[in-house]
Design a protein around this ligand. Structure first.
Ligand SMILES: C[S@@+](CC[C@H](N)C(=O)[O-])C[C@H]1O[C@@H](n2cnc3c(N)ncnc32)[C@H](O)[C@@H]1O
Length: 257
């Protein structure tokens, strides 16, 4: 899935919602950050995390936001306008262009699961990290990502279509082995799962519903069926039987010294 135009706009709204805030808070609590560090955010999107990292590393440090989407980076440039220690790189995770052992920490939020050759991306992240560095990733267990409240068959159809939106549905389950093989240790997982039972204007549920609806249409599901799915969810909310559950996992690992 490309994060340009409408998808990018909805993704940024989602990142600005309470779900995005909670993830950033969990990352900032977990990532080892020292003043003067050089930290990379892989797949930084509109850069909501970059400003916090920039303050944490201070003027002697550097924060690198890497993303292949020019649209996302344009927003990141606006968001980080007054941080002089942020560098934005319009590149893919498998080819950062950075020198070996040049970063003190790396983080990534809901980006690695979209990269088909995720092993190449992880190898590159490992290459640019110094020995002993921390790596914190947040990815979603997409098999456990679910709307509730619409008629079961139609609901399944929309969710099945959405599976094609990303390459790795269950990356957090595979990440520990991949990281261990690359030389990381002290690998820990933490659930950031959440449930929402309303879909108000700033709800991540509503933004996600929009993304899924557009994606389902692009995969050949009729506009009529998609509209029906959405109105069933709206009715379920009115009746107090609507739900949206997502299961992000925060994985922490340290590169061996
Ligand atoms: C769901 S968004 C997450 C953005 C941001 N990390 C956040 O939490 O708001 C996924 C991001 O991954 C980026 N992305 C896609 N392919 C990538 C790749 N090969 N390398 C790095 N980032 C990639 C997309 O452009 C998009 O900005």
């Amino acid at each position: 899935m490309k994060f340009d135009r409408d998808v990018g706009r909805l993704q940024r709204l989602m990142a600005a919602s309470i779900a995005g805030i909670n993830r950033r808070q969990a990352i900032l609590e977990t990532l080892t950050i020292n003043s003067g560090d050089r930290i990379i955010d892989v797949g930084c999107g509109a850069g909501q995390l970059l400003g916090h990292l920039a303050k944490a590393v201070g003027d002697d440090g550097e924060v690198i936001g890497l993303d292949p989407s020019a649209d996302q980076l344009a927003k990141a440039r606006t968001n980080c306008g007054d941080s002089g220690n942020v560098t934005l790189l319009e590149r893919g995770a498998d080819d950062t262009g950075l020198t070996q052992n040049s970063c003190d920490a790396a983080t990534s939020t809901q980006a690695l699961e979209y990269i088909s050759d995720v092993d190449a991306a992880l190898t590159e992240i490992t290459r640019i990290l110094k020995p002993g560095s921390s790596f914190v990733n947040v990815s979603i267990l997409w098999d456990h990502f679910r709307f509730h409240g619409a008629e079961a068959k139609l609901n399944d159809e929309i969710h099945d279509a959405f599976r094609a939106h990303c390459s790795h549905q269950m990356l957090p389950m595979e990440l520990p082995g991949k990281l261990r093989r690359l030389g990381f240790n002290h690998i820990r997982d933490r659930s950031l799962a959440f449930v929402i039972t309303h879909r108000d204007q700033n709800s991540p549920a509503l933004y996600t519903e929009n993304v899924m609806a557009n994606f389902a249409i692009s995969r050949g599901i009729s506009e009529k069926d998609v509209a029906s799915w959405r109105s069933q969810l709206a009715n379920a909310e009115k009746d107090g039987r609507f739900g949206f559950a997502s299961f992000p996992v925060l994985t922490t690992a340290y590169l061996s010294r």
